[in-house]
Design a protein around this ligand. Structure first.
Ligand code: URA
Length: 206
């Protein structure tokens, strides 16, 4: 959708993102990376921060880990209408380092505004940075992944970051299980069509 076709509130939000200087990351960014997917998706997927490819293209999760995530989402019959993908910080940290607490805090106002615009019912937090900065939790991701955190109007599922899965393929089944749980939650909320029969039988076999 072109900028002119976006609802006014989104145009204002994107302008605020593109002119943001709330932390020093603006100095080294090529592009502010805000989202891809649908504006009012029932599922918000939150990663850590843009990498080199994301900074170049201005879209989140378009590198190797994004491909892994997209393949899994596609296999579970998610379409772009179902999700809104974004990050804890909207500008690339130099050398792909983990965003600092200050940077995450500086970016939180924009993430909150984004959340208010999208109004997701389910949040998938990818990796320990997203978990830590979104929930304030200090537990390792391996301990909390796969368990729902229930809030008043939405549900949070923490899971492994796809970049971690690329380095530890043996953990792929855990990511798959968490995505299946997300699919089941959205289905139970009436926000996503049931899986086709063969996939559903396959997923029940584990
Ligand atoms: N990793 C992230 O956490 N986010 C991206 O957008 C890309 C890679």
């Amino acid at each position: 959708m072109s900028f002119q076709d976006l609802p006014t509130a989104w145009q204002g939000f994107l302008q605020a993102c593109n002119s943001c200087k709330n932390c020093d990351l603006y100095q080294s960014r090529d592009q502010v990376v805000v989202y891809r997917g649908s504006l009012n998706a029932p599922l918000m997927i939150i990663g850590e921060g843009p990498g080199r490819e994301e900074d170049r293209q201005g879209r989140p999760f378009v590198g190797r880990s994004g491909r892994l995530l997209d393949d899994a989402l596609l296999a579970l019959e998610f379409t772009e209408a179902d999700f809104h993908i974004c990050n804890i910080v909207k500008c690339r940290p130099p050398e792909n380092r983990v965003p600092t607490e200050e940077e995450a805090k500086a970016c939180r106002r924009l993430l909150n505004a984004q959340f208010a615009l999208v109004k997701p019912r389910v949040i998938l937090l990818c990796g320990s940075t997203a978990y830590k900065y979104f929930t304030g939790g200090k537990e390792p991701i391996s301990r909390v992944r796969g368990q729902w955190i229930e809030q008043k109007s939405f549900y949070i599922m923490p899971t492994f970051h796809p970049a971690y899965i690329l380095r530890n393929m043996s953990k792929r089944d855990e990511l798959w299980a968490d995505l299946l749980a997300v699919q089941a939650k959205l289905e139970a909320l009436g926000l996503k069509a049931p899986l086709s029969q063969s996939l559903s039988e396959h997923s029940q076999q584990g």
